[in-house]
Design a binder for this molecule. Sequence first.
Ligand code: ASP
Length: 337
Amino acid sequence: MFNRRKFLQVSSLGLSAFSLSGFTSKNKGNKPIVISTWDAGLRANKAAWEILRNNGRALDAVEQGVMVTENEINCCVGLGANPDRDGHVTLDACIMDEHANCGSVAFLERIKHPIQVARKVMENTPHVFLVGEGAQQFALSQGFVLEKEGLSEDAERTYKEWLKKSEYKPIINIENKQQQTAWAPTRFDDGTWNHDTIGMIAMDAAGNLSGSCTTSGMGFKMRGRVGDSPIIGAGLFVDNEVGAAVATGQGEDIIRIGGSHAVVELMRQGYAPEDACKKVVERLLKVKGDKAKDIQAAIIAINKNGEYGAYCLQKGFNYSVCTADDKNILLNGKNLI
Ligand code: ASP
């Protein structure tokens, strides 16, 4: 079982530094660089870094990177993740490259690597977005295999627990044990909770940007619900002249403010990544008003100079940064409330 605290104690990434720190690092202007949401990003970054340090393309790095997380059965993303209310795991993902090519899938079932399917949508169809049965059919036509139906051991247990009350209160990503366990049991025995997404953005040695985002969405969501993660402009946005941003948290609200696109546009106006993320989280706060305390949302960004930053609504968001000096570190995002 993935346990954040244990992971922090035992992880050996083979990279030279690894720390959880209170400071939000900005700019060293490094390239290549890869950053990703949450602490699962440390493992994902490591795979991305192998590509980046060998002068590989950012697009390959962000695809291979998040596949590590999709593979982690009993983790937060992919087929091992929490199901919807009806007991089915449905997956969403998107990817975007330096030429503004993009591909998305949503409500995809029984396919192990939705991020790879999203890339195939981008490269092998004239479309951007395929959903549900059609997305699955397309995946099969591209050689993907249908995985067995069913839940991972932990998801099964968590779902059974949830069924006892079947409360539908889609509040996600608040780092507060009491609030969290009140509406949906978390699978982690240290009280860490159901953030079910990894978003990754990278700049390669050639200075090109790409991004990816993959999720099982909100645990115990309504069947058919899709959040921000596969939506270009909301969950992810890349503009190779400016920068890239990726979001996590309450998808409905990130969609409302066009989160990732807004961050990139602010960077275009000259805002540093952290300041751009902060401004967008402030917009969210304004939109949500008093209800903001019930949700979490966070955005991470890098700009064309390899500067990076993040901001979140509430305390408890962290993100993983791997830079050219071979450091893979975990940073706390600054919070607004
Ligand atoms: N943003 C995702 C969604 O709403 C959830 C998450 O980031 O954990 O589906």
